[in-house]
Design a protein around this ligand. Structure first.
Ligand code: GDP
Length: 439
């Protein structure tokens, strides 16, 4: 996400920080570079002009070049202005705390609406403990309802579909009854998309909005289509009461341009962004954090959240118990490695720490994890539970099975024993500190 913009800003900021004293002409150069960087990243040209004018005005007005750390001052100023362009009073998702939350998702075909509906449902369940019902109202695209059903089942989410129905309003009515009878407190309506905005589509959407009384009507904008996404968002929001948008496919190059332009051009706040095919590839849009990421400044909060997604709470509770009664074995060790291995996740996390991508050890770290996993996989169940029985001949078998050497197996056993020793000491101390991988 934002890698194109990040590397451009990194270069611009490096140059400006390199000057001991900053002159007006240094600032003008940096501002010119920023203009080019934004235009090249498909940010709307009117937005670029407004942004550049504000940065220029603020940097000369505040006399950035007189400050003790002019480079840092300039970066802070660009950051603050970027936040202004991304932030909206209504950025926060409104879940209507008084009664059930109804979210309507609208958008063009292929924008990622159905996939996003499922991601939002997973998010509300995970983060807000909501009992969510996905409702399939996209009766236009032949396979949309089936797709929603499959995705919901795959991700342990509930959905309501009527495969033969031709009337989205009738399906909505039945879904509302079903939700009431089964105590659902959030409904996500996946409405019909078309290839282009047309009156029939808008009429149907307005009828659904009137009937469902939603707390959010969200336009799903395809980040991959660049400025076309901005144009279609404008058209939709002129015809329906859209309350916000979700930008999908932020993992594409043009996503950054859409994110930077959409609020300023359409007035629509961004509620979420999605950035991949997995159900967890969604995050609430936080302007401060996104601005930091765009500029290549580290996003520590995002990093911690990404880490939390990778660690499974139940298995960590279980692990804490095992550490307490000293029964931690190689099965648990492998479990921990698997959780760490989720760091595809590791690479998503690293993207939030610009600069770290240059550390070559990251790949080595992943390789090491794979080797460790292969060694544990080559042990028998008994050996994993009781590593003390692993004698010379067993070591040779494990080394052959895992394609490693006896030396590597020895090294892992030694590390495991050191870890157990450490855990014993941890149990014996009365100090209340937590191991880093525990909650
Ligand atoms: P709909 O017609 O609007 O309901 O679109 P779909 O939900 O069927 O999505 C269209 C395609 O976009 C599918 O192949 C999705 O997997 C893909 N997609 C959706 N969101 C994202 C995303 O954030 N990143 C990427 N890379 N692909 C996405």
């Amino acid at each position: 996400m934002f890698s194109q913009l990040q590397s451009k800003f990194e270069k611009i900021f490096k140059t400006i920080k390199g000057h001991g004293k900053i002159t007006e002409s240094n600032i003008s150069d940096a501002v010119r570079e920023i203009r080019i960087a934004l235009l090249e990243s498909d940010v709307n040209f009117k937005v670029v002009s407004r942004f550049i004018n504000r940065v220029k005005e603020k940097s000369f007005g505040n006399k950035v070049f007189d400050s003790v750390t002019p480079g840092q001052q300039f970066i802070k100023l660009v950051l603050d202005e970027l936040i202004v362009f991304l932030k909206s009073e209504k950025s926060k998702i409104n879940l209507n705390s008084k009664k059930e939350s109804v979210l309507v998702l609208s958008g063009l075909q292929g924008s990622g609406k159905t996939t996003t509906a499922v991601k939002v449902a997973g998010f509300l369940k995970r983060e807000f403990n909501k009992k969510v019902l996905l409702v399939g109202l996209d009766l236009q695209r032949p396979a949309a309802v089936e797709q929603l059903e499959i995705l919901s089942n795959d991700n342990n989410l509930d959905c309501y579909v009527e495969k033969k129905s031709k009337s989205p309003l009738k399906v909505l009515e039945n879904a509302q009854k079903y939700a009431k009878n089964n105590n659902f407190d959030a409904l996500i309506l996946d409405t019909a998309g078309r290839l282009h905005v047309d009156n029939t589509l808008i009429d149907e959407l307005n009828q659904i909005i009137n009937k469902s009384n939603p707390c959010e009507v969200i336009y799903v904008a395809d980040g991959m289509t660049g400025q076309d996404a901005i144009n279609s968002s404008s058209t939709f929001s002129q015809s329906c009461n859209i309350t916000g948008c979700i930008i999908t496919k932020m993992d594409s190059d043009s996503g950054g341009g859409v994110a930077l332009s959409i609020k300023d051009v359409t007035g629509l706040p961004i509620k979420f962004i999605t950035y991949g095919e997995k159900i967890t590839d969604i995050e609430i849009f936080n302007p401060d954090r996104i601005a930091r990421r765009i500029l290549g400044l580290s996003d520590i909060v995002g990093l911690v959240e990404e880490a939390a997604k990778s660690f499974n709470k139940e298995s960590n509770d279980d692990l804490e118990e095992k550490i307490k009664n000293n029964s931690f074995d190689f099965n648990d060790f492998k479990n921990q490695i698997n959780q760490m291995g989720n760091f595809e996740n590791l690479s998503s996390m690293m993207k939030m720490l610009p600069g770290i991508k240059k550390i070559p050890n990251l790949e080595n770290g992943k390789k090491q994890l794979d080797i460790t996993k292969a060694i544990i996989d080559s042990m028998t169940i008994l050996e994993r539970k009781n590593p003390n029985i692993i004698n010379g001949s067993r070591k040779v078998r494990i080394a052959n099975g895992s394609g490693t050497s006896v030396q590597t197996v020895n090294k892992l056993l030694k590390q495991f024993n050191q870890m157990k020793d450490f855990m014993k000491k941890y149990n014996n101390t009365k100090t209340k500190f937590k191991l880093p991988f525990l909650k």
